[in-house]
Design a binder for this molecule. Structure first.
Ligand code: SF4
Ligand code: SF4
Length: 390
């Protein structure tokens, strides 16, 4: 939460924000205005909500909390388009649209993810691996436990970022009930957005929330150290890992796991100049609001990978793949979801369609927006756990 008392109105947050880059004097004026009025056109248009500014604020006043307050106020008053609402209660959203690509192949698997057998531990695959990047979960690496996915089991990250913690708490309690019905005590997650919510937020705001959460990367590293996983094929590449923004809210030690996994698999790990909690955002959150800015940010980020001579970028967030893969390909840098590299290292040949699927999904979404004017016009809010059309 933003601390107005400690903020010195120095403007550092807005002048060094990679998205806003305001001249220092303008940044000082803007932060003062934001504090006094709780509004800001700059923020509403261009802020990605990445929380990078929290890491550079000299007084640790958490300026990202102020931008969140401003964004939430607008969303509650004016609503948001259905694209961002990951729920079956709206006609079309990012997941249901992405699902339409090769839908027949995906339908049966989705049923399984939504009706898994009871188990204390489950792979919690998240929405994008349930509906869009479905190739990524077809691997021997995931044979030990049931896979849990689909919108019914969405972590509620979108509720938290669009409508705030009180609504997220309602969503989290519903999710906890579903976990309890399935006998789940521990989830192994694939999405850093799920990590932020199930590991960072729910244990803080839901009293009886008792579900342990681990990232798939940490799971693979642990399994390797227990001698239960062997990487027989060396990943002989110079690779840099793009740290996802949501991890900023977690214990810093999570940042070491992808580096360790890549090294165990034989890769040479190189670091971009912004890394770990000071990593730069991929630009995905502004891609629907300001395409040109999103592309500029993506280029900035991929240029950092180019500067350190990376042959490949490794990701754990499909949103980041969505935002950065085009720019990476243009710079001859390969883009991998990190588990694809683990698949290669155990001798599998993953289809590696992540860039192809990203391009298809982007085209389909652009077409849907043109075909369905209601996608941008219709606005929704979530109040007391209920989705309402305005
Ligand atoms: S939030 Fe931090 S960086 Fe931003 S104006 Fe206040 S003190 Fe400066
Ligand atoms: S949250 Fe990210 S985009 Fe928004 S002001 Fe802070 S650094 Fe800039």
């Amino acid at each position: 939460m933003f601390n107005e008392e400690t903020c010195e109105r120095c403007g550092t947050c807005l002048s060094r924000c990679p998205f806003l880059q305001l001249p220092l004097e303008k940044a000082k004026e803007e932060i003062s205005r934001m504090i006094e009025t709780r509004t800001s056109e700059e923020i509403l248009r261009n802020c990605a909500g990445c929380s990078y500014c929290n890491t550079i604020c000299p007084t640790r006043s958490e300026p990202a909390g102020l931008r969140k307050e401003i964004r939430l106020k607008k969303n509650r008053e004016e609503g948001v388009g259905s694209l961002l609402l990951i729920t079956e209660e709206v006609p079309l959203n990012l997941m249901s649209i992405g699902f339409e690509l090769e839908i027949e192949k995906k339908r049966e698997n989705l049923k399984k993810y939504m009706n898994p057998p009871k188990s204390k531990e489950m792979f919690y695959i998240g929405c994008s691996l349930s509906y869009i990047y479905t190739d990524l979960v077809k691997t021997k690496l995931l044979e030990d436990l049931p896979l849990l996915g689909g919108m019914k089991y969405c972590c509620g990250g979108y509720v938290n970022s669009l409508f705030g913690q009180e609504e997220a708490k309602i969503k989290g309690k519903k999710l906890l009930k579903e976990f309890n019905k399935l006998g789940v005590e521990k989830i192994i997650s694939f999405c850093p957005g799920c990590d932020r919510i199930t590991r960072g937020l729910y244990p803080e705001i839901i009293e009886d929330y008792n579900i342990e959460s681990q990232s798939i990367i940490e799971y693979l590293v642990e399994k390797y150290h227990r001698g239960e996983l062997e990487f027989t094929n060396k990943i002989d590449k110079r690779i840099t890992f793009h740290d996802p923004c949501p991890w900023r809210s977690l214990d810093r030690k999570i940042y070491e796991s992808p580096r360790e996994l890549l090294e165990i698999m034989g890769a040479e790990v190189v670091e971009m100049s912004h890394n770990r909690e000071k990593s730069l955002c991929c630009g995905a959150p502004v891609s629907f609001r300001n395409r040109a800015l999103a592309e500029k940010i993506a280029n900035m980020r991929v240029s950092e990978a180019e500067e350190v001579g990376a042959e490949a970028l490794a990701f754990i967030c499909t949103g980041c793949v969505f935002a950065l893969s085009k720019s990476a390909v243009e710079k001859n840098i390969e883009a991998y979801y990190i588990t694809e590299l683990a698949q290669k290292a155990i001798g599998e040949k993953p289809p590696h369609r992540i860039v192809e699927v990203t391009n298809q999904a982007m085209e389909l979404m652009a077409r849907k927006i043109v075909e369905n004017t209601s996608l941008l016009k219709d606005k929704y809010i979530i109040k007391n756990g209920v989705v309402q059309k305005l």
